[in-house]
Design a protein around this ligand. Structure first.
Ligand code: ZN
Length: 247
């Protein structure tokens, strides 16, 4: 199993770890700060620093899968191409220093948190989501038009208000009893431990509350200048909202 340190602290940039396994797809560690692609959020990139100081560039991070293709509690660090000599020297038990590309991850955290604010501004269910360092998009199941300027102004207001985020947990049974908490039709929150992680935005005033396994900033003020760059009619009953960084 890989201990997923980013679940309890999204601000961890590095950690010490040891190699559990080297497989065709990449390197499995006993613990990591790398977020694996999931819930619409891109996987982290960064570096594994070996004991002698040499660095393996990691291009992407994925959840490991068993023989039937089901995700298991292990995380695969996918090396960038062209590092075969470095990889051949690795063996299980080797210690490495694990370091994410923090600037890239912080952009993902800011965009990801902004998508929660969009869920407050647009209460319809979400049926698609993609979060990258350059843009984020959410697809809402709805037929009514959306106003680009009004959404950008709404986001700016919620960012300026400096609402804190709180990480919590509810049991699988509590979630089953309150299915409306899940705002996404396309992504189910990660289960398997008996509890589901929740993200609450706002203190006195609750802005958003939903189960989520991604990485977020601690306060909406940290999101900074995010704008709605495009609204598209994706289908008869789907509207796509694309977020970008303010120029
Ligand atoms: Zn989230």
């Amino acid at each position: 199993m890989t201990d997923e340190l980013f679940r309890s602290d999204a601000y961890l940039r590095d950690c010490e770890a040891s190699i559990l396994r080297i497989e065709e797809g990449g390197i499995v560690l006993d613990r990591t700060v790398f977020y694996p692609q999931g819930g619409g959020q891109a996987g982290d990139s960064g570096w594994l620093v070996l004991a002698d100081g040499r660095e393996i560039a990691i291009a992407d991070t994925r959840k490991a899968k068993d023989a039937e293709g089901k995700a298991i509690q292990e995380i695969v660090h996918v090396p960038a191409p062209g590092q075969d000599a470095l990889l051949d020297a690795l063996k299980p038990g080797d210690g490495v220093k694990v370091r994410i590309d923090w600037e890239r991850r912080h952009r993902l955290m800011r965009f990801h948190t902004a998508t929660h604010l969009l869920c407050h501004l647009v209460p319809q269910p979400v049926n698609g989501c993609s979060i990258t360092p350059e843009y984020a998009r959410l697809d809402f199941h709805m037929t009514e038009p959306l106003d680009k300027e009004a959404l950008t102004a709404g986001l700016a207001r919620l960012v300026a208000a400096g609402h804190p985020l709180t990480v919590g947990a509810i049991t699988d049974a509590e979630l089953d009893a309150n299915p409306a908490l899940v705002k996404s039709m396309s992504v189910q929150p990660p289960r398997g431990t008996g509890t589901v992680r929740t993200i609450r935005i706002g203190e006195a005033e609750q802005i958003d509350f939903q189960p989520c396994g991604g990485t977020h900033v601690a306060n909406t003020s940290e999101i900074g200048a995010v704008i709605v760059t495009k609204i598209e009619k994706k289908s008869a009953n789907s509207r796509r909202v694309v977020l970008g960084w303010a120029p």
